[in-house]
Design a protein around this ligand. Structure first.
Ligand code: DAH
Length: 340
């Protein structure tokens, strides 16, 4: 019996020394001191011993039990401390390390331009109307009084999704949507993305942006159109800017015009930016054709309106002196960051 006790003690010492985790130690505690543990078994067998044996085995077993218990506690404390130190090390923060720098982004020059134009019109009481980029053929052509043989309806000019849906070639479709849903007085602008089957070059892109405008009310005349767009031009390009309206044709306006602004680089004398003639073409406009107003069941005897549409890229290129439209879409930070 004495030998057995000694054996158990040796085994316990060896295994405790080898234990690597608190869980290992806990298992050893169960294995030696638990209900069915090896040392507990010794105590269970004591009943079968005679008096003399009990006298020696009892204290010996107790001593081993206490010793193993102490070793286990000691080992447990040591391993827990080790784990704690390891965690501290892992979770510690070096407050002297340099911080991570966050780069603040900048607005895209086209966004800046659209926001600037929008702000000018909002200050004149316009609200913003939006429409989808995938549009019905009715909203981009028929509703805008475009005849069935109009060249822009060609498959080579406009991207068709199905026979009667397209990627909108202009934002004028928002005019139709607005007229169908709102009653006069109407005063909206609509900035957005447009698409045309153009091969990209320095001045063309199959995807570009426009800002559309629409005003419908009683007594609206060409004078309102001219005053509004002249005021916009002065706010956008400088208070010395002059405007000029040239007759033009659009199916959805009658009469129609194109507006030029005096060159804001040379002031009208003629330079590289204005191609030498002192004027720069900025937008198309006109008095809304009665056929268009009728799409919205608007009484054309009572109401009249004007509309305009301008290319955002063109304005941004002129304002910022950008010579190639493709620069806007390349996402080169060195380009975009110049417009902060
Ligand atoms: N939709 C025309 C274009 O894409 C621009 C335009 C011209 C819009 C005259 C208008 C307008 O609203 O009245 O070239």
């Amino acid at each position: 019996m004495q030998e057995r006790i000694q054996e158990i003690l040796n085994e316990a010492k060896e295994k405790i020394a080898q234990a690597a985790t608190p869980e290992d130690v806990e298992q050893l505690r169960v294995g030696f001191l638990g209900k069915k543990g090896k040392i507990t078994d010794i105590f269970k067998m004591m009943g079968k011993l005679d008096k003399e044996e009990k006298k020696t085995i009892g204290p010996a077993a107790n001593k081993v039990k206490n010793e193993v218990d102490a070793l286990i506690n000691e080992k447990m404390a040591e391993l827990k401390e080790k784990a704690k130190q390891a965690r501290f090390k892992m979770e510690s923060i070096d407050v002297t390390e340099p911080g991570k720098g966050y780069k603040v982004g900048v607005k895209h020059p086209l966004t800046i331009t659209m926001e600037e134009v929008s702000r000018i019109f909002m200050s004149m009481g316009y609200s913003i109307a939006e429409g989808p980029q995938v549009e019905t053929v009715f909203n981009v052509f028929d509703g805008l009084n475009s005849p069935p043989n109009h060249p822009s309806r060609d498959l080579t000019d406009t991207f068709y999704i199905t026979e009667d849906t397209v990627l909108r070639p202009h934002t004028s479709s928002v005019q139709v949507r607005t007229l169908k849903t709102k009653k006069p007085p109407i005063k909206v602008i609509s900035p957005g993305r447009c698409f045309r089957c153009d091969t990209p070059d320095a001045t063309h892109s199959p995807m570009f942006h426009q800002i559309e405008g629409l005003v419908v009310d009683e007594g609206i005349t060409m004078a309102d159109l001219k005053g509004t767009l002249d005021s916009m031009a002065k706010q956008l390009f400088g208070s010395n800017t002059r405007t000029k309206f040239r007759p033009h044709h659009f199916p959805f306006t009658e009469p129609s015009a194109e507006m030029d602004v005096s060159c804001f680089v040379c002031g009208g004398k003629g330079c590289r930016v204005c191609g030498g003639n002192g004027w720069i073409e900025i937008l198309g406009c006109g008095m809304v054709h009665p056929n268009v107003l009728e799409v919205g069941d608007i009484d054309t005897e009572k109401y009249t309106g004007f509309a305009f549409g301008m290319g955002v890229e063109r304005i941004a290129m002129l304002k910022y002196g950008v010579s190639d439209i493709r620069l806007f879409y390349e996402n080169d930070k060195r380009f975009i960051e110049q417009f902060k």
